[in-house]
Design a protein. Structure first.
Ligand SMILES: Cc1ncc(COP(=O)(O)O)c(C=O)c1O
Length: 366
């Protein structure tokens, strides 16, 4: 065990040394945490997973799909694409499956960097995938968030120049949990896509009342939407997500995949198909998340920890007025949090787990 742990440590250092930055969700420390978990049960509030998932329907479907896992099951993927298309009132040609929306973000980065130029992105947002865009030659232009930690759409719009190839909007935004006003976002997309591509990441949109922008892609070749089964559907470990875009855009993006729609497994597709049928699970997740989030924000505010109102399954807060060592408190109580995202104001994020987990989280901080 000890040897393996040392090996993992060395491997992590090696990876960091190579400049490969792991996603939070797949952070190297998590591997060690997994080993630790054999001794202590960890409270995982790091990666915005759904603590209730997968739904029972999805679990059963994945289990039942095991015998079919000896075959490449293109038919099943086609069925999922058809179901997703129906859900969004689009055709199958508007969709591309990926191993999580991470793959979709990566493909979008490669697709948009065919010509050199720049990429406009908020600071702070979900930006791990931009390493791909930068390696492919795009220069990153970071636009600060507004004072209330939302995307500054007008500043992002004003930053567009003749070399802008891509603008990324994470809506709602990770890590801040804020959401763009529908009309402002719509106007932004209409104007910005006249000259550049816009990638909207809707990973957490199902936690909100705001509709998807999916319907815009029928007319707009420059809009790409990334969606995932990792969050509201609780399938983070299954690795399945998808892109929604104009058929021509999907065609070009799919040419950057080894085999179009080919990176998902029979089990993940089966889980996703069943998840789409389980509206009850989605409704329950939203309800439980809302209750636990309300509790968490109230309790954090009682501890003088200022929170940004959240539209997601996580909360962004400032540790400026908290006088204990936040991360030490988490560690002592076997809770996995994240990091400081912004030094100024000491902003961090916590995932909303179950009510029991959030009570333990608050107890650890008091
Ligand atoms: C905003 C956002 N987009 C995309 C992802 C990637 O998710 P996945 O690859 O599991 O679909 C995450 C994961 O945390 C995220 O927060």
């Amino acid at each position: 065990m000890r040897n393996r742990r040392n090996w993992l440590k060395q491997t992590s250092l090696g990876i960091v040394g190579l400049g490969i930055i792991p996603l939070e969700g797949f952070a190297i420390s998590t591997k060690e945490d997994l080993l630790e978990e054999k001794n202590v049960s960890l409270i995982r509030l790091r990666s915005n997973e759904n603590p209730y998932g997968p739904s029972v329907l999805a679990r059963n479907a994945m289990r039942d799909s095991i015998p079919a896992s000896n075959r490449y099951n293109w038919d099943l993927s086609d069925e999922l694409i058809k179901k997703i298309a129906q859900k969004h009132n689009l055709t199958e040609q508007h969709l591309l499956l990926g191993a999580g929306s991470s793959e979709i973000l990566n493909l979008a980065a490669l697709y948009c960097s065919k010509k050199t130029g720049n990429l406009i992105i908020a600071e702070t947002t979900f930006d791990y995938w931009t390493v791909t865009a930068e390696n492919a030659g795009l220069k990153k232009i970071a636009i600060p968030l507004t004072a209330d930690k939302n995307h500054d759409l007008s500043a992002m719009f004003n930053a567009i120049d003749a070399d802008t190839r891509l603008i990324y909007i994470c809506n709602p935004n990770n890590p801040t949990g804020t959401i763009c006003a529908s009309e402002a976002l719509l106007n932004f997309i209409i104007e910005a896509t006249k000259t550049t591509k816009v990638l909207v990441d809707e990973a957490y949109l199902e936690y909100t009342d705001q509709p998807s922008l999916a319907n815009l892609v029928t007319e707009n070749k420059n809009l790409i939407i990334a969606k995932t089964f990792s969050k509201i559907y609780g399938l983070a470990g299954s690795r399945i997500g998808y892109a929604i875009a104009h058929p021509e855009t999907i065609m070009e993006m799919s040419q950057l995949q080894f085999s179009p729609n080919g990176s998902v497994s029979v089990m993940s597709v089966s889980g996703a198909l069943a998840s789409l049928k389980d509206d009850k699970f989605v409704a329950e997740t939203i309800l439980l998340n809302t209750e636990a989030r309300k509790y968490t924000i109230e309790q954090l505010e009682n501890l003088k920890i200022r929170c940004i109102p959240s539209h997601t399954n996580f909360v962004y807060f400032s540790l400026e007025n908290y006088n204990k060592d936040f991360f030490e408190q988490l560690k002592k109580n076997s809770i996995l949090g994240t990091k400081i995202y912004e030094e100024k104001g000491k902003w961090s994020r916590i995932t909303i787990g179950t009510m029991t987990e959030m009570k333990q989280f608050i107890k650890a901080l008091v």
